[in-house]
Ligand binder design. Sequence first.
Ligand code: IMP
Length: 423
Amino acid sequence: MSTGKVDALLGIVFGDEGKGKVVDVFTPQYDVVARFAGGPNAGHTIIFEGKKFVLRSIPSGIFDEGKLNIIGNGCVIAPDLFMAEAQELESAGYDLKSRLHISRRAHLILPTHRVLDRAYEAAKGKNKVGTTGKGIGPTYSDKASRTGLRVGDIQQNFQEKYETLKARHEQILRDLHYTDYDITDEEALWMRGIQYMSQFPITDTEIEINQALEEGKNVLAEGAQGTMLDIDHGTYPFVSSSNTCTGGVCTGLGVAPNRIGEVFGIFKAYSTRVGSGPFPVELFDEIGDKIREIGHEYGAVTGRNRRCGWIDLVALRYAIMINGVTQLIMMKSDVLDTFETIRACVAYEKNGQRTTTMPYDTEGWQAVYEDIPGWQTDLTQMTSQDQFPEAFQNYIKYLESALERPITIVSVGPDRAQTIEMN
Ligand code: IMP
């Protein structure tokens, strides 16, 4: 932990690494927890006191009563979904309204953004991205086109701005001949969401964060999605629409690069991907099915089957470089407990060409593997590193040597308690 710094906690592959649980474990060390990118396309599952919560837009620090939570300017927010998520937490007894600040500069996801998301996907046919359908791409497009609606607009002539943007979307939908939709009920709920959101502090969060840093407070920037879904550095065009990497922390919260402290890179002991796009390590056999089943690899937002495969060291090395990762956190190690042999992708091959760095176009590459003996031991009851079997210790050492970074935390199950700090 750094003083007066922003530490970043980032998924460094395709998301779904289990960031929510780690943020929850880390929160006691921080004064502020902030989301800097993405929106309700994220689904951070947290099991807290035996109860399961899925957070989409709200930072995972919300369970810790003393902390300030921030939805930063780099985020996009759907008022209706936000209301549902926040009310569930309120009915579970958490006081949110004083502890959750929303940036005026965050962009609003309109119901018509979601229709546009569906329309663009339909128009792409077999090349569709496989989005979460939450309107993420169209909202960030409006942001970049300087036509978007921001949370701060709620306080200024809102209805007129809303109608103007909605009319613009309707025109695009007519041009696309995508007219078979009805947002009447959705829009009514969305407007209720706007009213509800107005009860929260809508603030200049970049100023609040910088003031906190000046006072020597510590901020945890909670990532969403993963580096391979980053709009610049991911497997474009099969990516999300924000910068999910450390650079996104600076722009998405309004903090300077020299404020960044530790960068924690989270990955799973194997790989998964939701939606379309290249995935050289994908397993189409019973091993992939077994990983999915044991790891419960089904999308937290859409319920879709996640594509599963062995760990990808090519992607991990690239993500470590892009993010400046200082420490690694390995999640879901226990999912591999029963495998006799574990494989790690060390290179990609295509047409007799081999690469160990991330190619521009990851389509059509085959994974080249190294085999590592499995540990075939139940890790889930272990409470400290010295209980780990030798084969698992060796897997950790193998990864540390290949990735040139220390693995400082290993997770062996979904519960908070199954999070083991390494010496
Ligand atoms: P979008 O972010 O909904 O536009 O979806 C773009 C791509 O990112 C799709 O392949 C989604 O499946 C993927 N994606 C978006 N959010 C997440 C996430 O939180 N975890 C994993 N994949 C995601």
